[in-house]
Design a protein around this ligand. Structure first.
Ligand SMILES: NC(=O)c1ccc[n+]([C@@H]2O[C@H](COP(=O)([O-])OP(=O)(O)OC[C@H]3O[C@@H](n4cnc5c(N)ncnc54)[C@H](O)[C@@H]3O)[C@@H](O)[C@H]2O)c1
Length: 251
């Protein structure tokens, strides 16, 4: 129970990687808020049925008002916020698209959720973490940033911004003893990815074969790193991006 008594917010935890992270943080003793536009009650129920504490709060991370209300409800229910995992993003539903075919509207929507979302959440928890003089913020970026993956320009650009934001936040939060780090996963068999037919089995196999560790990545592969970055074991690490992808990108 490395996170006993801690309160964690995991955005985008209704499904996919976020759901696995929320359940894993709860198994380490954290009380977890599932903040998602989709119904996250199944993730919350899985945690409570395993004797953990969880609360689903419908949240749009691209809305400052929605994020503010979510953080307020978190504090009302659990008293504080110790850990923020900025996981929510628009990803697999985007499919493959040449950059010339990306509309301005879709570009803006991806930036609003994937870049402004983590910003809104960090800003909303800031007064709580600064007052405590402690906190852990973990931003989910992507290995695509380091490879310049084609046909997803808006997504890859948004995740590059997350790496940059992680560094800026680490500098600004340092005096308050708040750690801000990022994780760059490789292609992971999440609900979103499994539901995207643009990425064929051949594409997924080729991705697997470009790794040092030759197997498909699953959401649970990210949990150990998230628990590490949430715990006191990482107290002197900040501003870093850890690539967790079975040795594809070597960053
Ligand atoms: N799966 C991968 O291959 C992979 C690789 C690298 C990085 N990532 C990143 O990991 C994270 C999770 O990805 P996933 O594959 O599990 O995705 P997913 O599509 O399975 O789940 C994403 C979740 O985010 C939620 N969400 C979307 N917009 C939201 C909003 N405006 N407000 C609140 N919640 C919102 C969705 O409802 C969904 O529950 C994302 O940040 C993604 O970019 C995924």
């Amino acid at each position: 129970m490395r996170l006993a008594g801690k309160v964690a917010i995991v955005t985008g935890a209704a499904q996919g990687i976020g759901s696995t992270l929320a359940r894993g943080l709860a198994a380490e003793g954290a009380k977890v808020v599932i903040a998602d536009v989709l119904d996250g009650s199944a993730t919350a129920a899985a945690i409570t049925s395993a004797q953990g504490s969880a609360l689903y709060i419908k949240t749009d991370v691209a809305s400052a008002a929605s994020v503010g209300a979510m953080v307020e409800a978190t504090v009302k229910q659990f008293g504080t916020v110790d850990i923020l995992v900025n996981n929510a993003a628009i990803f697999a539903s985007l499919g493959n698209k040449k950059f010339e075919d990306i509309s301005s509207e879709e570009f803006d929507k991806v930036m609003a959720v994937n870049v402004r979302g983590p910003f809104e959440c960090a800003r909303a928890v800031s007064p709580i973490m600064r007052a405590k003089g402690a906190g852990k913020i973990i931003n989910i970026s992507s290995g695509t940033v380091f490879k310049g993956v084609p046909n997803l320009l808006h997504y890859v650009s948004s995740k590059g911004a997350v790496v940059a934001m992680t560094r800026c936040l680490a500098r600004e939060f340092g005096a308050s003893n708040v750690n801000v780090n990022a994780i760059a996963p490789g292609l992971t068999m999440s609900d979103g990815v499994l539901g995207q037919s643009d990425w064929t089995q051949d594409y997924i196999e080729a991705n697997k074969n470009s790794r040092a560790l030759k197997r498909r990545q699953v959401p649970g592969d990210l949990l150990g790193t998230v628990v590490f970055l949430s715990s006191s074991d990482s107290d002197f690490m900040t501003g870093q991006t850890l690539v967790v992808d079975g040795g594809n990108v070597m960053h």
